[in-house]
Ligand binder design. Structure first.
Ligand code: TYD
Length: 212
C-alpha cells in the first residue's frame, strides 16, 4: 500500500467546487485510479452533526466558537477518513480544507493567521494537501450562482451566504493571497470558464503530478 495523493478544492461560495470534485473524480476513476471524494465541514458522522450547527444561521455562534467547531470537524475528518484513505493509496479529493479556515476565519472574520496556522496544525495533525486548486471567481458571481441554485425554496441562506459582500470579497482575496504565498502547492483556476474547461485543467495538473 502506497501513499496516496491529497488534493483540495477551495474557493468562494458558488465557485463550483462540489461539481468539479465529482467530475474530476469521474475522469480519474475512468483512468483506473482509486479516488475518494469528501468535504468539509462534514465528511464524517460527527462532522455532519457539527456542520449542521456551523451552517445554521438561526443558531447564534460566537466567531471563536465557529472557528473551534470547524477545527473539531477537521480533527475528526483527518483521523477518521482522510488519513486512512491516503494510507490505502487513494487519491483523496476534499471539497474545502484548511485554506478555507485561513480565508473565512482569517481574512473574513479577522483571526490572526499565525494563530490559525497553529490551531490548524493541531486539528489536521500536520496533514497538508499535496495539491490545492482555488476555483476563482468574483464574489458576486459565486454568490449569485449559489443563490440561484437554492432557487425560491424555503431554505434560508446559511451562516456564510448571509454575510455581506465585503466579507466574501475578503475571502476571495484571502484565497488569492494563499495561492501567491504557496505557488508550488496552490493553483488558481478561472472558475468562470466553462465547466469542462475547469475539469480538464484540474485533471491535467493532477496527472502531471502523478507522472513526476
Ligand atoms: P458548503 O455548503 O459546503 O458551501 P460551499 O458549497 O460554498 O462549499 O458550506 C461550507 C461553508 O463553510 C462555506 O460557506 C465556507 C465555510 N467554511 C469556513 O468558514 N471555514 C472552514 O474552515 C470551512 C471548511 C468552511
Amino acid at each position: 500500500m502506497g501513499r496516496g495523493m491529497f488534493i483540495t478544492l477551495e474557493g468562494v461560495e458558488g465557485s463550483g467546487k462540489t461539481t468539479q470534485s465529482a467530475l474530476v473524480a469521474e475522469v480519474l476513476r475512468a483512468a483506473g485510479r482509486a479516488v475518494s471524494v469528501t468535504h468539509e465541514p462534514g465528511g464524517t458522522r460527527a462532522g455532519e452533526a457539527i456542520r449542521a450547527i456551523f451552517l445554521d444561521a438561526a443558531i447564534k455562534l460566537e466567531v471563536a466558537a465557529e472557528l473551534l467547531l470547524v477545527l473539531a470537524d477537521r480533527a475528526q475528518h483527518v483521523r477518521e477518513k482522510l488519513r486512512p484513505a491516503l494510507q490505502a493509496g487513494e487519491i483523496v479529493i476534499s471539497d474545502r480544507y484548511s485554506d478555507s479556515t485561513a480565508a473565512y476565519q482569517g481574512y473574513g472574520r479577522g483571526f490572526d493567521l499565525k494563530l490559525l496556522e497553529d490551531l490548524n496544525q493541531l486539528a489536521s495533525d500536520g496533514m497538508r494537501p499535496d495539491l490545492t486548486f482555488v476555483l476563482d471567481c468574483p464574489a458576486e458571481i459565486g454568490l449569485e450562482r449559489s443563490r440561484a441554485r437554492r432557487g425560491s425554496g424555503a431554505d434560508r441562506p446559511d451562516r456564510f451566504e448571509g454575510e455581506h459582500i465585503e466579507f466574501h470579497r475578503r475571502v476571495r482575496d484571502g484565497f488569492l493571497a494563499i495561492a501567491r504565498a504557496e505557488p508550488g502547492r496552490v493553483i488558481v483556476v478561472d472558475a468562470t470558464a466553462p465547466r469542462a474547461v475547469v475539469t480538464a485543467r484540474v485533471v491535467a495538473e493532477i496527472n502531471a503530478r502523478i507522472a513526476s
